[in-house]
Ligand binder design. Structure first.
Ligand code: NAP
Length: 325
């Protein structure tokens, strides 16, 4: 039985990956900062959840040893420059070194669409600069023998996403949605397709040395995505709330105010900086099709988890009907 170490495996994407790996009889080691974060995966056969500090190089070396491959999904969306550097660069550097030292040559690393290992300094936000630097570090390790596959997803949707679910929830509370970056473009991709791509790369050695952009079949503006979240979740009988596109200055003011609110950050100035560049597939890049995956559309999947209870059954039945052709 093959063994894979999956960093960040208890999160949104990682949970789907772990389920697929269990079905394929991989033995998975899943380090987490808190056992409770991965409680929902502990029932899976051949999944070992261990509480560990992956930022400690000695701990990381011990974790990597004895595995056939590593998947890295650890990432943050909010934080200061030091937090991005620690999570997206220093950890990645230590991971690459641990892999090389332990002779574990296969690494599948999930980055983000918009990252550019050739010119990290040109990326528009701390998030994308640090993701780009992490990629550049890994490319160096690849030159020393690491069998590296890089995956760059656009925004990911699925039942537990923190994106469309958030916009659906906000529309259940507020009468109008003031929106920064309304015209920014995204090419949302289904979490199952992302997980399938990760597992496919893990099992397909010829994907080493390549970078794949993981995008869905359609491009949407942020404003349209918010409107769809409202419509799919049945707000105002499916009409959603009016979306008020904020000019840049007001959008930045809103992001500053949100940073002061208690609870998890919804939108930061750095997120706004990321949206300065469109989050869509590049013209000549490899994508899901090169991995043999036909990406699912938001229209087919969104209503199955955003629709009010009761309508979800109908949506699932319709989806099964479409896919039975
Ligand atoms: N979701 C999206 O829309 C999207 C879009 C583009 C790219 N991506 C990329 O896809 C990958 C997976 O994303 P996701 O949505 O699954 O993320 P997620 O749900 O937030 O999971 C990330 C995991 O990383 C671990 N983690 C977070 N901060 C950490 C830290 N400071 N130190 C150590 N571990 C930490 C957490 O594990 P524990 O809490 O168990 O320790 C968490 O489960 C990431 O590389 C992300 O950048 C995601």
């Amino acid at each position: 039985m093959k063994r894979v170490l999956i960093l960040g495996g208890g999160g949104f994407v990682g949970s789907h990956v772990c389920n697929k790996l269990a079905a394929l009889h991989w033995r998975t080691t899943l380090p987490t900062r808190h056992q409770t974060h991965a409680r929902h995966l502990q029932h899976l056969p051949q999944v070992d959840v261990v509480q560990a500090d992956v930022h400690d190089p000695a701990v990381l070396h011990a974790l990597v040893a004895g595995h056939d491959a590593v998947i890295n999904l650890v990432a943050i969306l909010h934080g200061d420059a030091a937090a991005f550097e620690r999570t997206h660069v220093a950890l990645v550097k230590a991971l690459a070194q641990a892999c090389l030292d332990a002779g574990v040559s296969r690494l599948v690393h999930v980055s983000a669409l918009g990252a550019d290992d050739q010119a990290p300094e040109k990326a528009p936000s701390m998030h994308l600069r640090s993701k780009s630097q992490g990629e550049a570090v890994l490319k160096q390790a690849a030159a020393e023998g690491l069998q590296l596959t890089l995956l760059r997803p656009s925004v990911i949707f699925g039942a537990q996403d923190k994106f469309l679910n958030l916009f659906a929830r906000l529309q259940k509370i507020f009468p109008v949605i003031p929106l920064a970056g309304a015209q920014a473009q995204f090419q949302p991709v289904w979490v199952e397709d992302v997980a399938q791509a990760i597992v496919h790369c893990l099992e397909t050695p010829r994907t080493a040395g390549h970078t794949y952009e993981l995008c869905g079949p359609q491009v949407f503006t942020l404003k349209t995505l918010v409107a769809l979240a409202g419509a799919y979740s049945g707000v105002r009988g499916g009409r959603g709330r009016p979306v008020l596109a904020l000019p840049e200055t007001l959008g930045r003011l809103q992001a500053r105010l949100m940073a002061w609110l208690p609870g998890p950050t919804l939108m930061s100035l750095d997120n706004m900086d990321s949206m300065r560049v469109d989050n869509v597939a590049s013209e000549h890049g490899l994508g899901l099709k090169a991995l043999g995956i036909t990406p699912a559309s938001l229209g087919a999947i969104g209503p199955t988890y955003l629709a009010p209870l009761g309508q979800q059954d109908l949506c699932l039945a319709l989806r099964r009907h479409w896919h039975s052709d």
